[in-house]
Design a protein around this ligand. Structure first.
Ligand code: GLC
Length: 510
């Protein structure tokens, strides 16, 4: 019998480079907001630790207190070398139903406070190694609260399980802590590994070098997270199996296969409190699956907001995405023009990212001034209006660890047209007009024509108003609440704790 029963309350610390609403660049930040909240709903004590970037206003905000000052964080093996001094702020969860969970913020002027962005600096490897090590020093120092489990997310915190098992293995206070390493995107490894000569690549063994040494630039934090964590998980079952093969393995598939018995895939969920068409502050007209007629008001509001012809009978396709290669935008050119001509539909693109895609969508807008709008910067008031006003949402990703857009869009009644890959395959069921089963349109091959075919299928089905309404209701009714996934996380936390206990016992006796 395992150590877990429904009364066991776990203390869980998520260590992350992003936590919405404090700091968010993408889906990771969203998950770090909503998953800990769901775990707390199940009775656990989940908290988060992140860097205190310039944008996080701690001083003027009553919920923040400084809990530790002048924490000395070593930056080299055997605690030699330079120390970096950090403070730790604590945010206490408020009674606001939308409040993030209790969170800690590691403050360092040079590496976080003086930087306005989360990523994109030449010393990112050092900035995030500081987060991992700073977190362990903080936990060792603080007499207040100690987690049973640490969840480290993506390459940015890959050094944490590594440090805990090596440099920190004799720290008695930290020894019982089990680690879970969560992969939200395997392709991001913190280094341009493809450009590092084979011989020079990090095999994941050996001490983490001095933070300031040039070797540090070549150390693969993601590999180390996978290698040292008690348990590894990723954000959908399909992605978990895809990364064990070469195509999406990003050079780490062999290691993942080696650790296969400890690798799990749990589909992300979305926060139902902040994704609710019946109460959303950003939609024009609130609605539910039972009042879909009201939803059409949002289509008109969306068209108006973007300066497009306002007409309920025009097919509207939306895109809400980071504009990167991962998200499949290569598939647009060539087929979208054709589709816009045949359907007379409208396309609204919301997002920013790679210059070539931004240029592409800008040019498309010029070419189809009555049909296309590209809003190429982040604006938090817009995504929900796009979901509430569009008929379909396009997500032709090349790969997709989980994807949150499809879940959010479906909740607002926008039907996904997506590639059957990763978490998209786990969250969308292809619609069949014959059986009436399904909640979206999927295509398999990463090929522009396959994308066009599924988009055309969506358009054709949209013209049958009654069956489309049924399809929308099915999409809106699908259960993406975090509670289901949070229960799966409980299981892997228990597994991680068991592994840690066994290994600690072995070490003590051996
Ligand atoms: C990354 C992945 C995305 C996932 C998100 C949250 O951004 O690319 O698929 O939904 O992390 O897990």
């Amino acid at each position: 019998m395992g150590i877990f029963n429904s009364n066991t309350k776990l203390k869980i610390l998520f260590v992350t480079s992003e936590e919405a609403p404090f700091a968010k660049a993408g889906g990771l930040g969203e998950v770090m907001f909503s998953l800990p909240r769901a775990l707390n709903e199940l009775g656990h004590d989940a908290r988060v630790m992140a860097p205190r970037y310039a944008g996080i206003e701690v001083r003027s905000h009553g919920a923040f207190n400084m809990v530790l000052e002048n924490l000395a964080v070593p930056t080299a093996p055997e605690n030699k070398g330079k120390e970096l001094f950090c403070n730790v702020w604590k945010y206490d969860q408020t009674s606001d139903p939308k409040s993030p969970v209790t969170s800690y913020f590691l403050e360092n002027q040079e590496y976080y406070e003086l930087r306005s962005n989360i990523y994109g600096y030449v010393d990112d490897h050092l900035r995030f190694a500081l987060l991992s090590r700073g977190c362990l020093e903080f936990l060792n120092d603080s007499r207040d609260w100690l987690p049973d489990i640490i969840v480290a997310a993506d390459w940015m915190t890959g050094f944490l399980p590594n440090f805990l098992k090596t440099d920190y293995k004799d720290y008695v206070r930290l020894r019982p802590i089990a680690t879970v390493f969560s992969i939200h995107n395997l392709a991001m490894q913190g280094i341009k590994h493809k450009y590092i000569a084979e011989m020079d690549r990090d095999d994941g063994y050996g001490p983490v070098p001095d933070f300031f040494s040039p070797r540090m630039q070549k150390i693969n934090a993601l590999r180390r997270g996978i290698r040292y964590a008690d348990v590894v998980n990723t954000v959908s079952p399909t992605y978990a199996s895809e990364i064990m093969a070469e195509e999406f393995g990003e050079g780490l598939d062999a290691l993942l296969r080696e650790r296969r018995s400890r690798v799990f895939g749990i589909l992300n969920g979305i926060d139902y409190e902040t994704n609710d068409p019946a109460s959303d502050p950003f939609v024009e007209k609130k609605f539910t699956a039972r009042s879909l007629a009201k939803r059409l008001e949002n289509k008109l509001a969306l068209q108006k907001r973007f300066g497009l012809p306002e007409d309920k009978n025009i097919f509207v396709a939306g895109v809400v995405s980071r504009l990167t290669k991962q998200k499949g935008f290569d598939l647009f050119s060539g087929v979208i023009d054709q589709f816009l001509k045949i359907s007379n539909g409208q396309l609204i693109v919301l997002g920013s990212g790679d210059g070539n895609f931004m240029d592409y969508f800008q040019a498309l807008e010029k070419k189809f001034p009555d049909q296309v709008r590209a809003h190429l910067q982040f604006d938090e008031t817009l995504p929900h209006l796009v979901y509430a006003g569009s008929d379909v949402i396009l997500i032709p990703s090349y790969y997709e660890p989980s994807g949150l857009t499809q879940m959010e869009a479906m909740r607002f009644g926008a039907v996904p047209v997506a590639r059957k890959v990763g978490g998209l395959a786990d969250s969308i069921t292809d619609f069949s007009p014959e059986t009436g089963i399904g909640d979206g349109f999927l295509f398999g091959e990463y090929d522009p024509n396959a994308f066009l075919v599924s988009l055309t299928r969506a358009f054709t089905n949209w013209r049958h108003k009654e069956s489309w309404k049924k399809l929308q209701k099915q999409a809106m009714g699908k259960d993406f609440s975090w509670i289901t996934s949070a229960r799966e996380y409980e299981k892997i936390f228990v597994r991680a704790s068991e592994i840690r206990k066994e290994e600690n016992k072995k070490e003590a006796t051996g």
